[in-house]
Write a protein that binds this ligand. Structure first.
Ligand SMILES: Cc1cc2nc3c(=O)[nH]c(=O)nc-3n(C[C@H](O)[C@H](O)[C@H](O)COP(=O)(O)OP(=O)(O)OC[C@H]3O[C@@H](n4cnc5c(N)ncnc54)[C@H](O)[C@@H]3O)c2cc1C
Length: 532
């Protein structure tokens, strides 16, 4: 077992902002002018460190937790509890900025082993405590905002100590990782063995292995490496009913695949304590380039052609005309001259020969369909800024601009209708002054995901404004026959739409599994599972 050499060294995020506080800053000058023109500047102060409600747990409960984990791993201080309150959606940030800490946990506990987790769950059952598994805290769907009514208290089960690379099997090319490893920590441990996972969501720097599995995350390189759920071969889970070990062979026909019940279960069925994933050799070469398309439609057709020909690069994304012009992928360049066409980024990762062969084959297809390669500059700019865009959201909130994202997916034949329906719903709700951007973020043979970004002048209280827009867009997704989420998961925010997507019977299956694995309902109450 190899421990991460980076435990606790990465920065904690500010409770009401994204990312490394040292990298956060005001709006870049070029953007400031544009934002002023579009929405006006309305400086808004945020409450920096809102007061945390007192811990409501009795000494008996705290002593019991301490006897299992040790005093050092049962934390009651305000800073820790504030930092373990909710996730990083815009509503989460707005609530924190307004000083609302009503979802703060009573206590933060830090188990170090699977057995510790199991012991905490047993205590939670005994003392009727709600338990919220906490990975990187990057949920954008209210996955960390569990209901506390009916419980004696709320425990944040912080997996930050479980950061080991448990085992590597270089023959089978698998690695077993503990859930608390953040993206860079997991990659650093694997790189020491010449391996990579290749999972790079935009939240990579903070999100964890357990969180990726619990939310069925998808990364920027998932076209090449696969979605996170496709990378998982085995799981170890602590449930209130006992241990589950799933995945004893690369593939099987031993009934329904129970791994799929845990992947995406968002802490409602159990706590994932080990994840075995497929790994690849560290790529020798990584190269990204830009392509221009005369329209979103033309670029989307090219993506579909590549996917259906089995020719997807490691990275492929396509911005619509608005997103291309604003270029949110690279905030420093906002305000740069935009064109009325659409930017596609393609990226290749692997051995030199494989990269060259794939690149040549993709280039031939894209040129044949009318694409114009603009070279590596646009690709390098995207790669350089790929994790930076979220910082911009805080800078926009600071000047009174509401900014948020949402995503969905559908089959190719429905892509355009879905795109139009969601855009229209957002514009109808937010008004013509709102900017609605979209890109195709993930591509499959049969369809793709659409990722929307909105920016608009914030109301005095922007939260209800956003919730109305989000509801309208979610209704439009459902009416269009698309999914409520391609990779952000369900949490509390998408739960009202889940039954529409999976049907009453589907919802009842989820409730039945929950009732079996978590009969007293302590795990993430109110998250994922639709009410009867
Ligand atoms: C700026 C930004 C960009 C993002 N970009 C992407 C993206 O590109 N792709 C993408 O897929 N998502 C993205 N997300 C969403 C988010 O990062 C993912 O959902 C991520 O997988 C969550 O991981 P986490 O470790 O932060 O989990 P958390 O936010 O801590 O938890 C998420 C949910 O999983 C549960 N959970 C966490 N760990 C465990 C565990 N070990 N066992 C059981 N349950 C657990 C929690 O209780 C919660 O319900 C983004 C979010 C932000 C804020």
């Amino acid at each position: 077992m190899t421990q991460s050499s980076l435990p606790f060294t990465q920065s904690e995020m500010h409770p009401s902002r994204w990312g490394n506080p040292a990298l956060a800053g005001p709006l870049p000058e070029a953007a400031r002018g544009l934002v002023e023109m579009a929405f006006g500047l309305d400086e808004r102060a945020a409450i920096e460190a809102p007061a945390v409600p007192a811990c409501g747990l009795g000494d008996d409960v705290l002593s019991a937790l301490r006897s299992v984990l040790g005093d050092a791993h049962v934390l009651l201080d305000d800073d820790t509890r504030r930092l373990r309150t909710r996730g990083k959606s815009t509503p989460d940030l707005l609530k924190m900025r307004a000083g609302d800490l009503s979802d703060a946990p009573d206590v933060v506990v830090r188990p170090g082993t699977h057995e510790d987790v199991a012991a905490v769950l047993a205590l939670a059952i005994e003392h009727r405590l709600a338990v919220v598994p906490f990975g990187g805290g990057t949920s954008v769907t209210g996955g960390l905002a569990a209901r506390r009514d009916g419980f004696a208290g709320l425990v944040s089960l912080d997996l930050v100590r479980m950061k080991a690379l448990v085992e590597v099997d270089k023959v089978s090319m698998t690695a077993t990782l503990e859930p608390g490893l953040r993206g860079p920590e997991a990659e650093a441990l694997l790189a020491e063995q010449g391996l990579t996972l290749g999972h790079y969501p935009q939240s990579f720097e903070y999100a964890t292995i357990g969180g990726f599995a619990a939310t069925r995350s998808s990364g920027q390189s998932s076209a090449g490496y696969g979605r996170f759920d496709a990378l998982v071969v085995a799981l170890r889970v602590a449930t209130p009913r006992g241990e589950l070990r799933l995945g004893s062979s690369p593939a099987n026909a031993a009934g329904p695949d129970l791994r799929q019940l845990i992947l995406g279960s968002e802490g409602a069925f159990g706590v994932i304590t080990e994840v075995t994933v497929r790994v690849r050799p560290v790529p020798v070469e990584k190269v990204y380039e830009g392509w221009r398309w005369s329209s979103f439609e033309a670029g989307a057709t090219a993506m579909r052609t590549l996917a259906q020909a089995g020719l997807l690069p490691s990275v492929i994304r396509l911005s619509d005309e608005n997103e291309t012009a604003i270029n949110l992928a690279h905030p420093d360049s906002i305000g740069a001259e935009g064109a009325a066409d659409c930017l596609m980024i393609t990226g290749y990762e692997g051995e030199h020969d494989a990269v060259a062969a794939k690149r040549a084959a993709v280039t031939a297809v894209l040129e044949g369909l009318g694409g114009r390669c603009t070279g590596e500059e646009a690709g390098a700019a995207w790669a350089h800024g790929r994790f930076n865009a979220p910082y911009l959201r805080d800078a926009l909130l600071d000047v009174g601009v509401l900014a948020e994202t949402m995503e969905t997916a559908t089959f190719w034949s429905n892509r355009e209708a879905l795109y139009t329906a969601v855009k229209d719903a957002l514009t109808a709700e937010l008004g013509d002054g709102a900017i609605v951007l979209c890109h195709i973020s993930h591509v499959y043979e049969t369809g793709c995901s659409l990722y929307f970004t909105i920016a608009t002048k914030g109301d005095a209280d922007p939260l209800p404004q956003w919730l109305r827009a989000k509801a309208a867009a979610s209704d439009a997704m459902m009416a269009s026959g698309a999914t409520i989420t391609h990779h952000h998961a369900v949490g509390t925010d998408h739960r009202p739409w889940l039954t529409q997507e999976i049907g009453e019977l589907g919802a009842s299956i989820l409730r039945a599994v929950k009732a079996d694995l978590d009969p007293t309902g302590i795990l993430n109450p109110g998250v994922l599972i639709p009410d009867a």
